[in-house]
Write a protein that binds this ligand. Structure first.
Ligand SMILES: *Cc1c(COP(=O)(O)O)cnc(C)c1O
Length: 396
């Protein structure tokens, strides 16, 4: 398809028009269904139009949609309680997207730095990772040192340095008394599905504590059950100082959030930050429904139980097509197939779609598989069977 004549061309031209979703299937305008392992880029965590989610959103829309944060919002308070119960003692601030969540964390780092060094002190640097993706706002872009993201928009926001994920010595070197926070994805998504190792996260936690630097984790893509834990960092047994969330939290209704640990949550005082839409009654109802469904259907347990066999099947594909596939990386329902011939990830994305499976390219020659957390064993197996066919055809 071509770009629609009235739409900006900042996205690539679409493959098809999507008009309906049901569970893990997405339908185009000719009625064809696709096994959707793109999930709107890790967003539709409980599948498309889950009946309980639909019911909750419809009921809230008919009751109260929006009132702004001038007034208390019971659904937002309940959602915050539930996130605090998951993350630990602290407070939550709501917004509307991943980039906005990260923006609020970068602002938190500035408040923390001023708290330590005073208004005139120059403690505001955030140390992020070289292969990171944190969003398209000036804060998020500043923390995303990719020319394909930053190109055309220089000068960038001041105050970012970059270490290398899983190389603790590179962070150790950068964290001096100009640094207010370390900011990384627990599992890098757009960069090509690179998980932060548990040992690395533990050492980083110790380093940050020792130097009074905040450890801020971007869980926008890997959070809310996708990794087989509620938060992906739980696998490392660490406690961050701040967490950014968005994509899977509303499962299709835009909502973002940050959780901030107890002492640092006090850095945000009345008037210091705000958003018109963040945590609206409607957005909060959608996210509360997502958490209800995750709990009632034990989806995190399901992801943890079903993903090892799926990962093994994908590893077996790599064994079967050693000239095409280098291997797989990831956790739970966030997996990257690493391909060998340059640019193959785009060809595989197209071929998989033609065979009825939607996947997302990422990073350097990686194909990302991001099924909804409701995906069954049979659906995971179907994804492997389709990919097997795709690679078989690419071999001949
Ligand atoms: C998608 C993503 C973002 C940006 O989220 P938006 O909702 O698109 O602004 C930030 N960080 C990570 C890790 C992401 O995957």
């Amino acid at each position: 398809m071509n770009h629609h004549t009235s739409l900006m061309k900042n996205y690539g031209p679409p493959a098809f028009n999507a008009v309906r979703g049901e569970g893990v299937y997405l339908y185009d305008d000719s009625g064809r269904g696709y096994l959707d392992f793109s999930s709107g880029i890790a967003v539709t965590s409980v599948g498309h139009s889950h009946p309980k989610w639909v019911q909750a959103v419809q009921a809230q829309a008919a009751t109260l949609t929006h009132c702004s944060n001038l007034f208390g919002i019971p659904g937002q308070q309940k959602l915050a309680d539930r996130l605090v119960a998951r993350a630990g003692a602290g407070r939550v601030l709501f917004c509307n997207s991943g980039a906005e969540a990260n923006e609020a964390m970068i602002k938190l780092a500035r408040l923390h730095g001023k708290n330590l060094a005073g208004e005139e002190g120059k403690r505001y640097t955030v140390v992020a990772a070289k292969n990171a993706f944190h969003g398209r706002t000036f804060g998020g872009m500043g923390a995303t040192p990719q020319e394909k993201i930053q190109g055309g928009f220089h000068p960038m926001l001041d105050g970012f340095k970059f270490g290398e994920l899983n190389k603790i010595e590179t962070f150790d070197q950068l964290i001096d008394d100009s640094v207010a926070a370390v900011f990384i994805e627990s599992i890098q998504g757009e960069g090509g599905v690179f998980p932060a190792d548990s040992g690395f996260l533990q050492e980083l936690r110790a380093l940050c504590s020792e130097r009074s630097v905040l450890l801020m984790l971007d869980e926008v893509q890997c959070g809310i059950g996708r990794s087989g834990h509620f938060f992906a960092f739980e696998a490392a047994g660490i406690q961050p100082d701040a967490i950014g969330m968005a994509k899977g939290l509303g499962a299709g209704f835009p909502i973002g959030a940050i959780w901030v640990a107890e002492p640092y949550a006090e850095l945000y005082q009345p008037g210091s930050h705000g958003t018109t839409f963040g945590g609206s009654p409607l957005a909060s109802a959608a996210a509360n429904a997502v958490l209800d469904i995750i709990e009632e259907e034990q989806l995190i347990e399901q992801v943890a139980a079903l993903s090892p066999a799926w990962h093994q099947s994908l590893e077996a594909l790599a064994q079967k097509y050693p000239r095409l596939i280098a291997g797989m990386r990831g956790a739970g329902y966030m997996v990257g197939l690493v391909l060998k011939p340059e640019g193959l990830n785009l060809r595989v994305t197209t071929a998989a779609r033609e065979h009825g499976l939607l996947v997302v390219p990422a990073g350097h020659n990686v194909v990302r598989l991001l099924p909804a957390l409701i995906a069954t064993e049979a659906q995971l197996n179907e994804s492997v069977a389709i990919l097997d066919q795709v690679f078989a055809e690419l071999t001949t």
